[in-house]
Ligand binder design. Structure first.
Ligand SMILES: [Fe+2]
Length: 609
């Protein structure tokens, strides 16, 4: 039935654009601190620009290193230092050709000798078909990128994934399958009678897997957020087969952010139809490689079901948290109106974006489920309204669950600001639009595992190192207030990464992220989540992507490793893009490998050793 194949979690990624500076005159208490201490205070206290503190001295930002954008300073802030008047960022939203074969990259610096794998990434590469444009950032057709590292040399290769959406668009020379923000009109060659019926046939769910790639057993799958994932060959980038997850589990779609445990078990979440045809969320698992070499997807299963705050309106879900004993699901007020989805879409020609709406009163609901046994924890954890795309990490400590998130304040959908027409505007217009958008903030929430009714009115959090609180109210719900880890006006720390193999689900220290300046990606950031110290890599007119952490083989410290990011520098006529290798300790440059082609925006990916 059509409902079950709707794939209700769509794709997504906030891509952001940044803004320049004019550093917002930060205010702080200067007296009584040494210069170093002073800087620290500034970092910790001055970022919430919506409510700047009053009465302190203004820090003279000119005294900080200004021009050396590549230099990285501890105790610095993560705000962008550059403007983009030339609007070079437009280049990352332009169609490019795939490559017939891998091309060599010119290396500057020294590629670590132990780096012998592939960086795999996905993003849109075809932004129009003939004269029919795609409208939204998440609509362009999936292009898979690969940088290979071998013996200190680097090559680059890319290929469009042969999804049905892509192949049919190429064949029919028009947009055939409706994308996130682009409606596919019926074939104009059909007569009006058959066109009418094609509206009623319902929705063909897209398989345009432009968001991420991850391993399942010994295979690799490119994905979006619908029920379709696409098996690819990570060596040749060939498309192998399309898999419909609805054939294995009761799910409308799953996120592009599964958690993958050391043994290879894959966990994911998606909305589904629960009891009485009401909406719910299923946490699902796919086991590791099977001894008999059978496809692990055959053994996919549902572990636990989490109820929805609204019967017929699931929330948009982009990622979730996992600890050794819990699943953490944050249900935001960005809702998918299923009735609108069913009627508006097939009859009036709407797209996925038209089916989102905000629930202005629910705030945000935090849900927990235990992992052994798999059971829903029936406690009402509540917080203010937010958009949430990316969990950074979650862990258990002394009876509490710490949940670190890249949030956006309020219930208005951030994706409303990610239409390509907006992102391709001149810099002043980009900034103006972002001023209207929800504001980003990195937050730490802490959830008490053990809640007792008699503790009403008290702060239940006794972790010594956080200011996050949880207070039980008279109705039995527990109100969560976060500790802010970073907040800069229109300056997002997004696309977060950690030393995943070592720290996922565990107490940790470092998060890495892509800095969005008014939604434009223009820097790489590192955040010490314990001390709030920060580091930044940035160069003028340069547009990086999500930084992936790769641990040094003999690494001891959590941040013994490198970051891999693809950077586009449109002004460099000869070699306008490169893969950048940064030392994860201090974000200093280790090497870059430049190619003679532009590389369009990429969202997520992985390092395959
Ligand atoms: Fe994402």
């Amino acid at each position: 039935m059509a409902l079950l194949t709707m794939g209700c979690d769509w794709r997504a990624q906030p891509i952001t654009m940044a803004m320049p500076f004019t550093l917002p005159a930060p205010q702080t208490q200067r007296h009584g601190h040494s210069e170093e201490e002073h800087m620290k205070v500034w970092i910790i206290t001055s970022w919430d620009m919506e409510t700047p503190s009053q009465g302190g001295d203004v820090v003279n930002v000119q005294t900080r290193p200004a021009a050396a954008y590549t230099a990285v300073t501890t105790n610095d802030t993560m705000v962008s230092r550059v403007e983009h008047p030339a609007a070079g960022y437009r280049k990352i939203f332009e169609t490019c050709e795939e490559l017939a074969e891998p091309i060599p990259a010119q290396v500057t610096g020294r590629i670590p000798s132990w780096l012998k794998g592939s960086l795999l990434r996905l993003g849109p590469g075809l932004f129009e078909v003939g004269d029919e444009p795609f409208y939204h950032l998440f609509d362009g057709q999936a292009l898979m990128h690969k940088f290979d590292f071998k013996n200190g040399q680097v090559t680059y290769y890319r290929k469009f994934v042969r999804t049905d959406a892509y192949v049919r668009a190429m064949t029919e020379k028009r947009v055939v399958i409706t994308e996130f923000g682009t409606f596919a009109f019926p074939d104009p060659c059909k007569n009006i009678f058959s066109r009418f019926f094609s509206y009623f046939k319902g929705v063909e769910v897209t398989d345009n897997c432009l968001v991420n790639v991850y391993p399942v057993g010994e295979d690799f799958y490119a994905c979006t957020e619908t029920n379709y994932i696409t098996k690819v060959n990570p060596e040749t980038l060939e498309t192998l087969k399309k898999v419909d997850l609805c054939n294995y589990i009761s799910i409308n779609g799953v996120t592009a952010h599964p958690h993958i445990e050391a043994d290879g078990t894959v966990y994911n979440i998606g909305n589904c139809f629960g009891k009485g045809a009401t909406l719910a969320y299923n946490i699902v698992s796919i086991p590791p490689t099977q001894k008999d070499k059978s496809d692990p997807i055959d053994k996919s299963k549902i572990l636990v079901q989490i109820p929805s705050s609204e019967r017929f309106k699931p929330s948009y879900v982009h990622s979730f948290g996992i600890t050794p004993n819990y699943f953490v699901f944050v249900e935001t007020p960005v809702k998918i109106n299923l009735l609108k989805f069913l009627s508006a879409w097939s009859i009036r020609g709407s797209n996925y974006m038209d089916c989102f709406e905000a629930n202005e009163s629910m705030g945000t609901w935090f849900h927990l489920a235990t992992r052994n046994p798999h059971e829903y924890v029936d406690v009402k954890f509540r917080a203010t309204a937010m958009n949430l795309f990316h969990h950074i990490n979650a862990y258990e400590d002394q009876g509490f669950i710490v949940v670190d998130l890249c949030t956006w304040k309020g219930f208005e959908f951030v994706y409303n600001y990610l239409y390509l027409a907006n992102l391709r505007e001149n810099w002043d217009e980009v900034k103006k639009a972002a001023m209207m958008a929800p504001q980003p903030e990195v937050r730490r929430y802490v959830i008490p595992m053990d809640v007792h009714r008699e503790e009403q009115g008290k702060n239940l959090i006794s972790l010594p190192y956080t200011t996050a609180t949880a207070v039980m109210r008279s109705d039995g719900s527990v109100w969560l207030e976060p500790e802010v880890l970073f907040s800069g006006p229109r300056q997002a720390f997004e696309f977060p990464q950690i030393n995943y193999s070592r720290c996922s689900g565990k107490n940790y220290t470092y998060a890495y992220g892509l800095g969005l300046n008014h939604f434009i990606p223009d820097r790489i950031c590192k955040l010490n989540v314990r001390t709030k110290e920060t580091w930044v890599w940035q160069e003028p007119d340069s547009y990086p992507s999500e930084p992936l952490f790769v641990q040094t083989p003999d690494g001891v410290d959590e941040d013994d490793g490198i970051l891999l990011t693809i950077v586009v520098n449109p002004g460099a006529a000869l070699r306008p893009a490169y893969v950048l290798i940064l030392n994860a300790k201090d974000l200093s440059e280790i090497a870059r490998a430049e190619v003679e082609v532009i590389i369009p925006v990429t969202f997520h990916g992985m390092y395959k050793p």
